[in-house]
Design a protein around this ligand. Structure first.
Ligand code: IPM
Ligand code: MG
Length: 381
């Protein structure tokens, strides 16, 4: 029988391309999928998961980091869930012609994922885990909009006969406007503040970013706009992160600042991201493939699970997304956490994922489930 035959009236059916990738990617992805299955069960939805290769695992299997079958599956899907990609054997070889990262960059470009959205929250329960002082970071709740398909990442690059290397940074006004509109709309739904981060005192592309943002700003009279040079922004982020609501910036600055901002949350293993375009969307934890932890069951699945929550928001399923976030919150409260956040009572990747999945199914009963998981009696999920 098709699951939809007895589904609830607002049940949805979605096809999700899953790219587990390398290192801890498959482990954290498995937990995000477990939680999505719990959501499907509780709310009567149907999610179909289409597993594909990308990254170093794809190079090993097919010789290319982004095989055609993967690209086709991603284009055909309603959303993509990505674990992590990367392998140290490529990091230390500047001469490598084929690299796992080319798969991710190629996928972003091909799917037109121009806006990368990274929320950074200082969780009350975890303030002590940040190397930054708790009184500085408490209450931080910011949203970073990083341009993802332009700038120096995608500009012309190469070598000249005299040995010089170059990477060009280019932006078209339309590339800036489309992400700026998204950032302004997000600010309207939050604390009505947008900070454009650039280097307009030096770079021509940054001056164009200011021009375009200044032209768009009057469309959003309720949003206060502030401009900050990237060097100052890097400092302000750790001096006084509470001052920020929505941050908007170009590709390379966003790459650097979002890793810096992750320190505020206490663990890289907590931060999700969404990469969206006009027709496609991809969700992935911001952490890398952490090859040293592969297969050890110590990777934190929360960033991947919160990425799945962002996917649910994208599917316009806010109640479902809230259920996942509430279950994560409960895991934080109950300290059902991986060793980097709870060394004394460390739970495995799978135990944290199962606890959260149980929480999605039935939040009230979590204490009972916690005991079951701790004693290895969990059989349902
Ligand atoms: C990220 C990563 C990627 C990037 C790498 C893996 C190419 O650092 O998603 O932030 O630089 O965009
Ligand atoms: Mg990065």
């Amino acid at each position: 029988m098709d699951l939809l035959d007895n589904a609830l009236p607002n049940a949805v059916s979605k096809r999700i391309a899953v790219l587990p990738g390398d290192g801890i990617g498959p482990e954290v992805c498995a937990e995000a999928v477990r939680v999505l299955k719990a959501v499907a069960e509780r709310f009567g939805h149907r999610f179909r998961f289409d597993y594909q290769l990308m990254g170093a695992c794809a190079i090993d299997a097919t010789g290319t980091p982004l095989p055609d079958a993967t690209l086709q599956a991603c284009h055909a899907a309603d959303a993509v869930l990505l674990g992590a990609i990367g392998d140290p054997k490529y990091d230390h070889n500047p001469a490598a012609k084929v690299r796992p990262e080319q798969g991710l960059l190629g996928l972003r470009k091909s799917l037109g994922l121009y806006a990368n959205i990274r929320p950074v929250t200082a969780y009350e329960q975890l303030l002590e885990f940040s190397p930054l002082r708790a009184d500085r970071i408490a209450g931080t709740d910011l949203l970073m909009f990083r341009e993802l398909t332009g700038g120096v990442y995608f500009g012309e690059k190469g070598r000249r006969p005299d040995g010089t290397a170059y990477d060009n940074c280019t932006y078209h006004p339309a590339e800036i406007a489309r992400i700026a509109h998204r950032a302004f709309r997000a600010a309207q739904g939050r604390r009505q503040k947008l900070t454009l981060v650039d280097k307009a005192n030096v770079l021509e592309t940054s001056r164009l970013w200011r021009e375009v943002v200044q032209k768009i700003a009057p469309d959003y009279p309720d949003v206060a706009v502030e401009y900050l040079f990237v060097d100052n922004a890097a400092m302000q982020l750790i001096l006084n992160p509470r001052q920020f609501d929505v941050l908007l910036t170009e590709n390379m600055f966003g790459d650097i600042l979002s890793d810096e901002a992750s320190v505020i949350a206490g663990s890289l293993g907590l931060l999700p991201s969404a990469s969206v375009g006009d027709r496609a969307a991809l969700f992935e934890p911001i952490h890398g493939s952490y090859p040293q932890a592969k297969g050890k069951g110590i990777a934190n699945p929360i960033a991947a699970i919160l990425s799945a929550a962002m996917m649910l928001d994208h599917f316009d399923l806010p109640e479902e997304a809230r259920a996942v976030r509430a279950a994560v919150d409960n895991a934080l409260n109950e300290q059902v956490l991986t060793p980097e956040l709870n060394a004394s009572a460390a739970y495995t990747t799978e135990q944290v994922g199962s606890f959260i999945a149980y929480g999605v199914l039935d939040l009230q009963d979590c204490h009972l489930h916690r005991r079951n998981i701790a004693y290895g009696k969990s059989t349902i999920i």
